[in-house]
Design a protein around this ligand. Structure first.
Ligand code: PLP
Length: 383
């Protein structure tokens, strides 16, 4: 089995990093559930000494994810937050980071409540405005951390433009690509230096694992990530590595259906009299629809919509029958949530207001069910 050099996306997803198991020829990488490896004599071994440092199942996933994102190397962590934490460990006290103002609530919490204690500073700006990025960069700025589309208001950042500005100031660009998935958007192609994912979401895709990954392109970043993964030890387990590997094999076909269902639900919602506004990059009414067409292949499965009042939003969340009321996203089953009270409850109300995250907003992570069933469910909940 040899992956052709010019292999296309879905082929890469299925085959990259997937050598048949050397012992048995098993086509699927086994779960190497071991803590250590027997050595032949002191200093003579097969390249595996201790499983925090080396594990074949995790290595296979890391190779697979590096190829899928178009990076040089990848490191898998125990959660998306652990992966983001590993990136921030590159900073030294006094350093500064510019961050998308509508970043995931847990990222904001890590930066503000934990990392500020180490004399790191953060400026949150609307990165959809290039002039806001430029204005926020200071001599001590080392990183620009972007989420696009943002959660849950689905605002986009022009990745090529943002990378051009940051690199002019010698600032690293990190993109949290969890919301889009590498099937929809590959930030390294636009110049990003590192891509981070919560693999919990689309990459695993089946709502049965928590994990994270950092994909990097620069040698010094790769060296540090490898070091810190082992030094801090927040590794992804063999079983979770195996689950995510199984997930990436179907990433392309799953994303095609997520994209379709996202589009159809957004169009249905836009035509419903009780819905005031729909936020979805695939709708011509989205203010950055043209950028979405340039930067994304498909528009993803995340939709947010405004039903006018908090009571109406709670009512929709309560009345759906097929959709599950739950946090998280990117799984095969459709989830609905109330971001202000759930995923973004840790974001102070005045910050929520500043980014347009109102109490009347409902978020949907469109799964891959038959779209007609999802539309029927939403119709009965809204009516
Ligand atoms: C965009 C984004 N980044 C990072 C995370 C954190 O990932 P995890 O929950 O796997 O730690 C999440 C989780 O919801 C997320 O939505």
């Amino acid at each position: 089995m040899k992956l052709p050099d010019q292999a296309r996306f879905s082929t890469i997803c299925i085959h990259a990093g997937q050598e048949p198991d050397p012992t048995t020829g098993a086509i699927i990488i086994p779960i190497y559930q071991t803590s250590t490896y027997v050595q032949e004599e002191v200093g003579r071994h097969k390249g595996y000494e201790y499983a925090r440092t080396q594990n074949p199942t995790r290595f296979a996933l890391e190779k697979n994810l590096a190829a899928i994102e178009g990076g040089k190397a990848a490191y898998a962590f125990a959660s998306g937050m652990a992966a983001i934490g590993a990136i921030t460990s590159m900073l030294k006290s006094g350093d500064h980071m510019v961050v998308t103002d509508n970043t995931y609530g847990g990222t904001f919490r890590l930066f503000e409540r934990a990392l500020r204690q180490y004399q790191l500073s953060f400026t949150y700006v609307d990165t959809s405005r290039p002039e806001a990025i430029e204005a926020a960069i200071r001599p001590e700025t080392k990183m620009l951390f972007i989420e696009t589309p943002t959660n849950p208001v689905l605002r986009l950042t022009d990745l090529a433009g943002a990378c051009e500005i940051a690199h002019r100031h010698d600032v690293r660009v990190i993109v949290d690509n969890t919301f889009a998935s590498p099937c929809v958007q590959r930030p390294i192609e636009f110049g990003a230096d590192m891509v981070v994912h919560s693999t919990t979401k689309y990459l695993n895709g089946h709502s049965d694992s928590i994990g994270g990954v950092v994909v990097a392109v620069r040698d010094e970043d790769i060296e540090w990530l490898k070091f810190i993964q082992n030094a801090e030890g927040a590794i992804l387990s063999p079983f979770d590595s195996w689950l995510v590997l199984r997930g990436t094999k179907t990433l392309a076909v799953r994303m095609a259906q997520h994209n379709l269902n996202g589009q159809l639900l957004a169009e249905f919602l836009e035509g419903h009299p009780k819905v005031k506004q729909v936020l979805y990059p695939g709708l011509p009414s989205h203010p950055q629809h043209e950028l979405a067409k340039r930067q994304m292949r498909g528009f993803g499965g995340m939709i947010a919509f405004d039903v006018g009042t908090k009571e109406a939003a709670y009512s929709v969340c309560k009345r759906v029958r097929l959709m599950a009321l739950a946090e998280s996203l990117g799984g095969v089953e459709t989830l609905i949530s109330h971001p202000a009270a759930m995923t973004h409850a840790s974001v102070p109300p005045e910050r929520r207001a500043a980014i347009g995250l109102t109490d009347s907003l409902v978020r949907i992570s469109a799964g891959i069910e038959d779209p007609a069933d999802l539309i029927d469910d939403l119709r009965q909940a809204l009516d």
